[in-house]
Design a binder for this molecule. Structure first.
Ligand SMILES: [Zn+2]
Length: 191
C-alpha cells in the first residue's frame, strides 16, 4: 500500500516561493510550523513544513508497533488536506496531488515491508541534526471557482495536531505576497 507513495509525482510550488521554505524550516522550533500558500488562477498550492514533534508527537524513528501505528494515523490525517486547510465550499476545490515526506514515514514503510527484522534496537539512531526531524506535506488543489476562495479555515489542522501552537504563513495570491501568523485561537487565512 505504501508503494503508492512513490507513484505520486513530486509537487512543484511556484518558483516565487523558492528559498523561503528552507529558511523557515531551519529554525525547527517545536510547536511552530510554516506554511506556504500560492493561488494562481485555478491552482492552489499548499506546503506545510513542520518539526515532526508538532505533528507526530515525537521525532525519533518509530521503534514500537504503537509508534508506527501512531505515525500511520497522522499520515492518514495529512492525506486529507480539505479537512486541514478547509476552503469555502463555494470555491469548489479538489485535491489533485499530495506529497507527504518525512524520514519517520520512510522508516514506517521499511518496517512494514521487512517482517523478519523485528529485533529491538536499544541504542539511539538519532544522529542527524541532534535528533530533530521534520515533516513536509505538499498539496496541489484545483479550485473551479477561485473567486470564492476568500479564506482557508485551518481550525481542523490545529484540532488534529494540538502540539502545533503557531503557524507562520506566507501567501502568494491575487493581492500579492503577504505574511500571516495563525494560532489555535486565530486559525483562518484571509486572501
Ligand atoms: Zn525537533
Amino acid at each position: 500500500m505504501s508503494v503508492l507513495r512513490f507513484l505520486i509525482p513530486v509537487l512543484c510550488l511556484p518558483a516565487v516561493l523558492a528559498g523561503g521554505p528552507a529558511n523557515a524550516l531551519s529554525a525547527h522550533e517545536h510547536g511552530v510550523a510554516s506554511l506556504n500558500v500560492a493561488l494562481q488562477g485555478n491552482s492552489l498550492a499548499i506546503e506545510l513544513l513542520s518539526p515532526a514533534a508538532s505533528i507526530a508527537g515525537f521525532e525519533h524513528l518509530p521503534a514500537t508497533a504503537a509508534e508506527r501505528q501512531q505515525l500511520q494515523q497522522q499520515r492518514e490525517v495529512l492525506d486529507g488536506p480539505l479537512a486541514l486547510f478547509a476552503p469555502p465550499a463555494a470555491a469548489q476545490c479538489q485535491v489533485m496531488a499530495r506529497s507527504i515526506e518525512s524520514e519517520l514515514f520512510a522508516d514506517t514503510a521499511v518496517a512494514a515491508a521487512s517482517d523478519d527484522h523485528d529485533h529491538d534496537h536499544d541504542h539511539d539512531h538519532d544522529h542527524e541534526a541532534g535528533g530533530h526531524r521534520d515533516i513536509r506535506a505538499a498539496y496541489s488543489l484545483h479550485c473551479a471557482r477561485p473567486a470564492g476562495l476568500s479564506w482557508l479555515d485551518l481550525s481542523g489542522l490545529f484540532r488534529q495536531f494540538p502540539d502545533l501552537q503557531r503557524l507562520d504563513v506566507q501567501i502568494v495570491g491575487p493581492n500579492g505576497q503577504q505574511g500571516q501568523t495563525l494560532t489555535p485561537a486565530s486559525s483562518r487565512i484571509a486572501f
